[in-house]
Design a protein. Structure first.
Ligand SMILES: [Zn+2]
Length: 441
């Protein structure tokens, strides 16, 4: 059964229960050995999806909500069943350990997050979290002990801005603890709610070299893998993001009495700017993206020529220099646009995320693990942010993507297929075992 047939069968309700007797999927009859239990993994995912289930068919499980806390209890229960020892660090992350044969080695970390956006789906973060526990359980059942200690990590409040993982990497500032999260609680209140200890948050911090490596399985959240019928994405890195607030200043005047050739219409200039951003970003080869996501005209009345527009510009790419080159070209073009009708453009930087490349050695072992399983791979950037970018500052990082059906994410219709999920977990297992052999720390 290929992916398209599977989707059709799923839609027809033929596969309403994972692992039901009628349809045997390839992974159900998988060879013993280095393979996860696919039935169990998909069952755990379905159980996790009950916490914060929303009427649209996805989950609303924002960080620090009751649903988040209950789901974490469920997850810690699974960890104990997998013979891991879960603890909550002072930053509120769940860290579940399994000893290695050599206690002097640095731990290998792998995991994801289980918080969601409001009205989100049941796969973002959950796939990687459940797969990480499944991998640990599989190792236990096969009596495999790694050389390195293992730590399954469930990072808190990924969706709000990678709070848990950034506390560990040392990127979280004191001031950010007062930010208000989607739950209504501040970050500090939320961390306390989850069982962390804000006064001792610095104890959660780790230094570069404290970890032997980090692996994360995640849904792609874009449509590339499904469209190209590829099983596994080997993530090249997480793109850098720069955002600016752009203010266009013209002159507000009477919309009835001001002739068309005497207007300094800020909204007209802003419209040309939106078009120019798209033209410049698509005019260069590469996979960079650029967006004007917000635009507000002032004074904002039907009978007044807009004298001022405030909009945003966001640019993303794996290469920081490319982002800067695009920004320069856009600024130059905005000066030309302004000269056409006597308006000016001012750019103020709002936010920057530096690109986080994955480690080429980790990419190679992910690709090797996929190859061993007979899966096709594609090296690709991640356009979305992930906890892995914080971990990349501490040690060699690698990410594994599986297809997102229809490229839909952060929405109830988010979907990844059971077979792809199991493939991803098996690649995670294979990559972890290879990292254990190769990592020197
Ligand atoms: Zn995620």
């Amino acid at each position: 059964m290929n992916r398209r047939e599977f989707t059709a069968a799923l839609a027809a309700g033929a596969l309403s229960t994972w692992g039901g007797g009628r349809h045997r999927l390839p992974w159900m009859s998988g060879a013993p050995g280095r393979r996860v239990n696919g039935d169990r993994l998909n069952r755990h995912l379905a159980e996790l999806a009950r916490f914060g289930a929303n009427p649209q068919g996805g989950v609303t499980r924002v960080a620090y909500s009751d649903a988040d806390k209950q789901a974490r209890e469920y997850v810690m229960g699974l960890m104990r069943e997998a013979r891991l020892t879960p603890t909550i660090d002072t930053a509120g992350n769940i860290i579940a350990s399994r000893a290695g044969t050599d206690p002097n080695r640095k731990p290998i970390l792998f995991g994801s997050h289980i918080d969601s956006v409001p009205e989100g789906g049941s796969y973002d973060g959950n796939v990687g979290s459940m797969a990480a526990i499944e991998v640990a359980q599989t190792l236990g059942e096969h009596g495999t002990t790694t050389r390195h200690p293992l730590q399954v990590t469930i990072w808190q409040n990924e969706e709000g801005g990678l709070y848990g993982s950034r506390a560990v990497s040392g990127q979280l500032t004191q001031a950010e603890l007062s930010n208000v999260s989607n739950s209504g609680k501040t970050i500090a209140e939320g961390i306390a709610f989850l069982g962390g200890d804000v006064a001792r948050i610095a104890e959660a911090r780790r230094q570069r070299g404290d970890i032997a490596g980090y692996l994360e399985l995640h849904i792609e959240q874009g449509g590339t893998l499904e469209r190209e019928q590829i099983d596994i994405g080997v993530v090249e890195g997480i793109v850098g993001i720069k955002q600016w607030e752009v203010t266009v200043t013209g002159f507000a005047n009477h919309a009835g009495t001001t002739p068309m050739d005497q207007r300094h219409d800020a909204l007209l200039a802003a419209s040309r700017f939106v078009e120019a951003v798209n033209r410049i970003v698509t005019g260069m080869p590469g996979r960079q993206v650029g967006t004007v996501g917000r635009l507000q005209a002032f004074p904002g009345a039907p009978n007044v020529i807009p004298g001022r527009v405030v909009c945003t510009l966001e640019l993303r790419d794996l290469d920081a220099a490319k982002i800067d080159a695009l920004h320069e070209a856009i600024v130059a073009e905005s000066t030309r646009i302004g000269a056409q009708n006597g308006t000016t453009f001012a750019f103020r930087m709002l936010h920057e995320n530096v690109p986080a490349p994955s480690d080429p050695r980790v990419r190679a072992l992910i690709a090797a693990a996929a190859r061993e399983l007979g899966l096709t791979t594609k090296v690709m950037p991640s356009g979305a942010g992930h906890d892995a970018q914080a971990m990349a500052t501490l040690g060699p990082m690698g990410m594994i993507f599986i297809p997102s059906i229809g490229g839909i994410s952060h929405a109830p219709k988010e979907l990844s297929l059971p077979n792809d999920i199991v493939n991803g977990a098996n690649v995670l297992l294979g990559a972890l075992l290879r990292m254990d052999q190769m990592a020197s720390g």
